[in-house]
Design a protein. Structure first.
Length: 88
């Protein structure tokens, strides 16, 4: 796994646009999902506050994929596991 210093930084602006600082272009959640699937380390930061929004962004990708039916359905047990791990 890549070091966080080597992670591809995506800036999220107040208007919810996502900007890939490595490629110098705006990207979609689908593009971020593709990067993650390809094994790339991605870090999403709020442009103004610099708060790390990676977890929220990845959760949004999972939600959108499940909602659209484009993702393999995870079991309720797996989803509970994600929630439980979030507290550890």
């Amino acid at each position: 796994m890549a070091d966080v210093a080597e992670a591809r930084v995506i800036k999220r602006y107040a208007n919810r646009k996502l900007y890939d600082t490595r490629d110098s272009k705006y990207v979609t959640l689908d593009r971020i999902a593709e990067l993650v699937r390809n094994g790339e380390e991605v870090k999403v930061l709020d442009n103004k506050s610099k708060k790390d929004l990676t977890n929220v962004t990845l959760a949004q990708i999972i939600y959108d994929e499940l909602k659209s039916g484009n993702a393999t359905a995870w079991s309720v047990q797996s989803l509970r596991g994600f929630i439980q791990q979030g507290r550890e």
